[in-house]
Unconditional design. Structure first.
Length: 149
């Protein structure tokens, strides 16, 4: 009877630990932007840090995301607030944001398809991607965040 009980507890422990491993691959939590760039083909259009100054955080719950920050793009001399939020879907590394509100009103009610990768405490978003998950290289963005502890 003790052996059966031990096997049962071992199975419960394995199930719980596998759920925790799966949760670690979700973006849930707060993240600080550490790097970003806008590309057109092989040419860098804008880069943070570089000709973009400022800061930004992004926060995910199980279904929603929110970001806020402030940035200045050279040769501008004034920092502008950045903010936005909405809902998201994540299947494997295919990530989709449905923008509900955004500092750029043209982005509101738009859907952005991305690739989202998490390695250790670094999260990378690349977009736009086509229906096959391939980056649209004509004009694309890469953002890297580190988890805020």
């Amino acid at each position: 009877m003790k052996a059966v009980k031990g096997v049962f507890y071992l199975m419960v422990l394995l199930i719980i630990s596998s759920c925790n491993l799966h949760k670690k691959n979700l973006p849930i939590g707060a993240w600080q932007l550490v790097y970003a760039k806008q590309m057109s083909g092989d040419s860098v259009i804008a880069e943070f840090p570089g000709n973009i100054l400022g800061s930004q955080i992004k926060i995910w719950s199980e279904k929603n995301f929110f970001f806020a920050g402030s940035k200045k793009v050279a040769p501008d001399t004034v920092f502008k607030d950045t903010y936005g939020g909405g809902t998201y879907k994540l299947v494997d590394n295919k990530y989709q944001e449905n923008i509900l509100y955004h500092f750029n009103k043209l982005a509101e009610h738009q859907i952005f398809n991305m690739i989202l990768e998490i390695k250790h405490d670094t999260l990378t978003q690349t977009w736009p991607v086509n229906q096959y998950g391939e980056v649209v290289r004509a004009n694309f963005y890469i953002e890297k965040y580190v988890r805020i502890k």
